[in-house]
Ligand binder design. Sequence first.
Ligand code: GRG
Ligand code: 1GP
Ligand code: MG
Length: 247
Amino acid sequence: MQVEAHLHKIVEKGGKVHLTLIDPASQTPERAAEIAIAAVEGGTDAIMIGGSTGASGTLLDETVIKIKENVNVPTILFPGSSAGLSKYADAVFFMSLLNSRDIGYVITNQVLGAPLVYRSQIEPISMAYLIVEPGGTVGWVGDAKLIPRKKPEIAAVYALAGKYLGMHYTYLEAGSGADNPVNPEMIGAVKQVLGENKLIVGGGIRDAKTAKLCTSAGADMIVTGTIVEEVKDVAAKVAEIVSAIKR
Ligand SMILES: CC(C)=CCC/C(C)=C/CC/C(C)=C/CC/C(C)=C/COP(=O)(O)OP(=O)(O)O
Ligand SMILES: O=P(O)(O)OC[C@@H](O)CO
Ligand SMILES: [Mg+2]
């Protein structure tokens, strides 16, 4: 419960959590560590590690190891499949893509990955993963029946089902690099049914204003991935977003 407890403490104190997503397939492990160091300097609370394609094996392990050697915030796996697990990470978002048409993303990858989590020290954090339009690569890879952007009530009933199934977290995903994140109406509707359960919002958040819009609407945590891969000054970019959501 260490990582989950750590994140909850931040939320309980009335704060919001910022998560930096690093895709092991996008750069060398050394560069990934540099990004993580800068993100922590900017105030990020934890590093998520994963990608929808190619984030596995030695590259994944080495990326996790390098990041862990260099920062003291938790590392949380964000696996695209059972191959996205690494015994070196602190925790894993043990997620089921509830709106997938492919049973592989609903339960089979979790079954195949469970033994490794059991044998290791990785802390599983149960999560309902929901993909909203446009959905991007992950929507396509995950064969998601995309939730329409303007139907908050559909997202809310999925979130409620996830909560009743015992999942602690819900992740509303618009897809990496989306033009716009999930809209505030949907975030609010989902948070309302979740109550104390934690809500993560990600996909398309690039600046302080957008991040703040998501947290004000009810997100407990926000994820930024693409923007940290793109900007030169990662620490400054993360600091801009963190200072907006933590205010
Ligand atoms: C819990 C275990 C063992 C597996 C879960 C397996 C599930 C449910 C996967 C969901 C579908 C999926 C492909 C998720 C990928 C999540 C992810 C890492 C998205 C972020 O990817 P980016 O790297 O930002 O996107 P690109 O790869 O498109 O750049
Ligand atoms: O890359 P971005 O758009 O920040 O999205 C992050 C995350 O929600 C993707 O799974
Ligand atoms: Mg990526």
